[in-house]
Design a protein around this ligand. Structure first.
Ligand SMILES: [Zn+2]
Length: 402
């Protein structure tokens, strides 16, 4: 497998730490000069060595949504040429801005990741990312362009159309979500399409999957399966890369990584528009620095679960409390409910009141549609609403479709 930036990817630890220190000092100067909030938090703290990092203040996801939209920007808006919106705590919006240099860096880091997965200029790379993964698609396009692979970024609304694209364009690399890859593998099986008749060499998944899932997708699509570990607020893709040993190496020339009480904390060292100092990612992670056979020196990350209970539907973050908030705008406000998540949608089971329960099927169905459209318009996610019987009362017939 090839390495795009040999010098940076294999840098010795002392050399890397010297580079990180210089970049951190420059970052602190930029933050003091351009971001009032950070200037106030930093006071007169100085950094003489990387050990001083521990004295610097954290940045939290809550601060990102409080400063929305431009409160954490370190560059004037006229120099910010790309904005990507995201979802933060409580479902409140957050934004990432990029200058021209930021986009160039993003392309470089994503290209390193693609190169590590064996992508070359001869590849046709199909990037199928929709829903909450849409911003990631631009990162993969930037990386693919740098490698000079032919990129097709399109998120087909239907997996049948995606199969047609695979046949028409004969991509050798597919970048997609684990759920989409699974749907595609199932479609091939259902249609009795021989996966070998497609030309896929590798499937690059947007998230880590376990070994069993990796093997079954690899067999179903007749391709090598590679994964990504990204943090939307930091950079996704490009924050780290998976080497041929199956390890996630942080791209440490651009990101300082720390483990704080089991949580991954990241400082963006080079970002111009919106640098983040000691950002608490709310993702559990172990950091190790073993010698890896791939030759890369970047820290090895073992990501774990979310620490803030954040869920995801169709790659769109979903926080606790958002379901109740949506329901509060409907006639079932305040009713007890349960949720069940699938990759593409959320099933919401609402316990009906005795009065609602005695209504006509027509009314119940209309209510169901009303609540479902509320989820789509408020959160941008697909919900399937089911009604359950109120306790201690057994009606003669069950009106909901169960
Ligand atoms: Zn490695």
């Amino acid at each position: 497998m090839s390495m795009l930036d040999h010098r940076y990817e294999t840098m010795s630890r002392p050399e890397l730490e010297q580079l990180q220190l210089e970049r951190l000092q420059a970052l602190l100067a930029r933050l003091r000069r351009n971001v009032r909030r950070q200037r106030e938090k930093l006071g007169d703290l100085r950094v003489e060595s990387l050990a001083d990092l521990a004295r610097l203040p954290f940045t939290t996801p809550e601060e990102m949504v409080e400063s929305f939209p431009y409160g954490l920007f370190a560059f004037p808006l006229r120099e910010v040429i790309r904005l990507h919106s995201g979802v933060g705590p409580g479902g409140r919006p957050l934004v990432l801005g990029h200058t021209r240099n930021d986009l160039a860096d993003w392309g470089r880091l994503a290209a390193r990741q693609l190169a590590a997965a064996g992508v070359t200029a001869s590849d046709v790379i199909q990037i199928c990312l929709g829903g909450g993964a849409t911003p990631a698609a631009s990162g993969y396009v930037l990386g693919a362009e740098l490698i000079e692979a032919s990129a097709i970024a399109e998120d087909p609304a239907h997996v049948d159309y995606q199969l047609a694209m695979l046949r028409n364009y004969r991509p050798t690399i597919l970048v997609t979500t684990p759920s989409n890859a699974l749907e595609l593998a199932r479609l091939l099986e259902r249609r009795r399409v021989d996966a070998q008749s497609l030309h896929l060499r590798a499937v690059l998944l947007t998230r880590p999957v376990d070994r069993a899932e990796r093997e079954s997708l690899g067999a179903g699509l007749f391709a090598a399966v590679r994964c990504n570990f990204g943090v939307g607020e930091i950079l996704d893709p490009g924050f780290c890369l998976e080497c041929e040993q199956g390890r996630f190496h942080a791209q440490e020339d651009h990101f300082l990584v720390e483990e704080q009480e089991g949580e991954l904390v990241v400082t963006t060292l080079c970002r111009e528009a919106m640098p983040l100092l000691r950002f608490r990612t709310r993702v559990a992670c172990r950091i190790a620095r073993p010698k890896c056979a791939c030759g890369r020196s970047g820290a090895v990350l073992e990501p774990g679960a979310r620490l803030d209970g954040r869920l995801a539907v169709n790659e769109t973050p979903l926080y606790e409390g958002q379901i109740a908030e949506v329901l509060s705008h409907t006639p079932v406000a305040g009713r007890p409910f349960q949720i069940q998540l699938s990759e593409r949608h959320v099933v919401v089971r609402v316990e009906m009141s005795a009065e609602l329960f005695s209504d006509t099927i027509w009314f119940i169905e209309r209510l169901q549609r009303e609540i479902e459209s509320e989820f789509l318009s408020r959160l941008g996610i697909e919900a399937r609403v089911r009604f359950t019987q109120p306790p201690h009362k057994t009606p003669t017939s069950f009106p909901g479709p169960g």
